[in-house]
Structures are given as C-alpha cells and as structure tokens.
Design a binder for this molecule. Structure first.
Ligand code: C2E
Ligand code: CA
Ligand code: CA
Ligand code: CA
Length: 279
C-alpha cells in the first residue's frame, strides 16, 4: 500500500530506539552488576572422547539482573565490549575462575584445564599480561591449568597483531585455544605461526552433522588440519548420540555440549565430577 513505506520507516525508528534503550539499560545495569553480586560463573564439562571422562571445563559468565532476571552473555558481552567494560568483567571472570581452580585442586578435583573466554579487546589492553600474571600469582594456581579461548571469527590480521601478547601468555604456560573455529579466515600458514594449541569447532558445523554433508566434510577437515598441525581439537555444541558417534569415528579429541552436560553451577559441577568418578 501507499503507506507501507512511511510506516515501515516509523517501525524502523521505533525499533532502533527500542534497541538503543535496551542497550542503555544493559550498560547502566552492567556498571552495578559486579558490586551488587549479580554476576556468577557456570562451568561446562569437557569430555575426553576416547577415555570418556571429564578432563576440563569452560567458564561461562552469567548475569542475574535484579528485575530482568537472567540476561544471556550474547546480549551483554557485546555491550560490555562496545562500552569499554569488558576489561573489568574479564578480569573478574579470570580471578574467580582461578580461585575456583585452586579450590577444586584443594578438594581433589584436578582438571587438566579450565578455559576462560578472552575478548580481543582484553588482548589490546597493554596491562593485560601484567594483570594475568598478578592473578595467577595471587591465586597460586599452576598456569598449565588455565586456558584462554580467543574467537577465530575476528580477522586473522587482528590476531597476528596480537602475536606478541599470545607469545607472552604461551611463555607463562597458559594454553591458547581458537574458539568458533571455521567461522573466521585463518590460513594454515597463519595457524602454524600462532602460539595456539587447540581448535574448537564451532557449534554451527556440529548441529547439522547428519543433515548436511558439507558440514560433515568441514568437520572432518578441521579435525585433519588439527592433527597435521599437532593441535588438539574440541567439538562444541554436541547434543546427540549421532553427533558423538560421528566425532568419535573421526577421532575428535574432546567433546563439549548438552549431550554430556549444560553449563553447571560450581556445586552441580562438583556433583557431576563425583558421579563419574564413583564406580
Ligand atoms: P562460546 O564461547 O562459543 O560458548 C559456548 C556457548 O555455547 C555457551 O553459550 C554454551 O552455553 C553454549 N553451548 C554449549 N553446549 C551447547 C549445546 O550442546 N547446544 C547449544 N545450543 N548450546 C551449547 P553462552 O553461555 O550463552 O555464551 C555465549 C557466548 O558468550 C560465548 O560463546 C562467549 O562468546 C560469550 N561469553 C560467555 N562468557 C564469557 C566471558 O566470561 N567472557 C567473554 N569475553 N565472553 C563470554
Ligand atoms: Ca568459548
Ligand atoms: Ca565457541
Ligand atoms: Ca560461539
């Protein structure tokens, strides 16, 4: 109709302001979230696919807003990155994860690694290495048990510019994983140059393994690339027995996903570990 254009425009303006209002609310809320104790961390088990036992975990940030309830990280992390709040949040996640590693070690739960997501914005912070060093020292953990996940979907140029920081972390003994692998643009040459020891296959390739033969081929290829380069490989977002069987058939080293467990609170994680280690 004749009016479609103008009402379409109005709708656009309204949804834009709706979006920026929501972003503003998130931004304001984020400024208070830490000291109000609204943030906490869940841990998702990562399973060794041949030994069929838990070897590690990924720390995932959670925000329970006093009025809005749980806000998913997919909504607030991008705002935190845009509004320069990710450094503070990221440091909080790192410090608390290291304390958790320490307390699990004391309890006799010794994981090979716990992975923390690191935003590229954090790598750009000149004081990042010093902050990490201080946290590791303060919490007294073995940096071997710490892994940083850096998303591959940012451009490889950007990652190459961060090579110095990545090397520093590597020297400290912290392992590096490329997250969401397959969605970005890494070339094999670049991959070899980066101080990375693990690839995490993005969930989008795993979710339709049995429906989409292209994705099946992509997953097999990523696993082959990892093997050639001497990297270990994790499949994320594994939800079904079929996906698990396929990945085992391809000798994918590690599995993460709802098939084994959703991300768990600290105490549920402890129960999960005890359950699998009891005869
Ligand atoms: P990610 O790093 O790719 O994390 C994996 C996401 O997949 C998590 O979503 C996890 O809950 C979800 N997931 C795991 N297994 C399955 C599965 O089998 N099925 C499905 N449908 N989903 C699965 P979550 O916790 O909502 O986190 C979303 C993203 O937010 C993360 O994606 C990461 O990019 C970011 N994020 C979370 N915590 C932090 C943090 O502490 N720092 C930073 N910088 N980013 C974070
Ligand atoms: Ca991740
Ligand atoms: Ca991921
Ligand atoms: Ca992802």
């Amino acid at each position: 109709s004749k009016n479609a254009g103008s009402s379409g425009f109005r709708f656009y303006v309204e949804s834009l302001s709706q979006k920026s209002r929501e972003e503003f609310e998130i931004e304001t809320g984020l400024r208070h979230a830490l000291y109000r104790g609204e943030m906490f961390i869940n841990y998702q088990p990562i399973i060794d696919s041949s030994k069929n036992r838990i070897v590690g975990a990924e720390a995932l940030l959670r925000w329970r807003h006093s009025e809005r309830g749980l806000i998913p990280p997919g909504r607030f992390i991008p705002v935190a990155e845009k509004k320069d709040m990710i450094a503070g949040l990221g440091e909080w996640v790192l410090e608390n994860t290291c304390r958790q590693i320490r307390s699990w070690n004391d309890m006799g739960i010794r994981l090979d690694f716990v992975a923390v997501n690191i935003s590229v914005k954090q790598l750009e912070d000149r004081e990042f290495i010093e902050k990490v060093r201080r946290i590791v020292e303060r919490t007294g953990i073995d940096p071997d048990q710490l892994e940083f996940e850096i998303t591959e979907s940012i451009s490889m140029d950007n990652l190459k510019n961060r090579q110095g920081v990545l090397n520093e972390l590597d020297k400290m003994g912290i392992r590096l994983a490329l997250d969401d692998f397959g969605t970005g643009f890494s070339s094999l040459g670049n991959l070899k140059k980066l101080a990375v020891s693990k690839l995490k296959i993005d969930r989008s390739f795993i979710s339709d393994i049995n429906l989409n033969e292209h994705n099946t081929a992509i997953v097999s290829t990523i696993i082959a690339i990892a093997r050639i380069l001497g990297l270990s490989v994790v499949a994320e977002g594994v939800e079904t027995r079929e996906q698990l069987d396929f990945l085992r058939g391809e000798s994918c080293d590690m599995i993460q996903g709802y098939f084994f467990s959703v991300p768990l609170s600290k105490s549920d994680f402890e129960k999960f570990v005890k359950l699998q280690s009891s005869p």
